[in-house]
Design a protein around this ligand. Sequence first.
Ligand code: URA
Length: 281
Amino acid sequence: MTARLDPDAVLVAVQFLEQERAKGVRFLRFDPDLAREWEEAAGRLVEGHPIPATPPPPQAALAPAKHSARRSALDALRPKVLACIQCPHLARRRKQVVFGVGNPDAELMFVGEAPGAEEDLQGEPFVGRAGQLLTKVIQAMGMTREEVYIGNVLKCRPDVETPTGNRKPTPAEMATCLPWLREQIKIIAPRVLVALGDTAVKGLCPEIATGITRLRGKWLDFGGTPLMPTFHPAYLLRNPAPAVKRQWWEDMLAVLEKLQRPITEKQRGYFRSVATSRLES
Ligand code: URA
């Protein structure tokens, strides 16, 4: 009997192996369950959804791996998420799945809504304009982007008709993707979660109907982890009024307090007046 190799299945496997090699992985354990999932995924892709080429993993993913049980667990989860085609309409159009980035042992985890065009291209969450603002805020909190973990409710860019247009993920797409995020949160076990924007809050807590303007700044609970709902950085870019920035900053001060991190007087004063504004440039 001659075994026939399916070219799409081979492409999936080669992409996966290249990504693993780029991360410094030299040996792989054979997991029959995972192999079966890949077989099924490739089978469904062959039925009419070509796999786009995968660009190299983001720089952060190439950093030398520090070993921790959480990192290994995330590494084991990653290929499953990358192979996901539960939303075929998203899988068809995505350039890549945006898994999440940062410290597997993070005390603080930010959750956004979904990758945009830049994130889809780079494979890393929050690398566009909104992401640059988020990075500044993390730094203003006295932390680094590498120290926290950043993920999204939806791991694929919502398909759009125009290359520049973004749309919100649908509740059905978020419900389909949520188990992946739940798994990430379970592995990382952050002390505090921050939901960035109304959609992220609704993705994490579909039962909540209140809008973000009334919800922000009030602690919620996500399966035992304190969850701070706050504005999405893109909203701040559209509404850069100092009063709005101050509200966002107060939410971050509450997060620092919850984490029992030291807060300087200077930090307490950010955005109290326009003169102290630091995140505008
Ligand atoms: N907005 C999000 O919600 N997530 C990203 O990764 C980028 C922009």
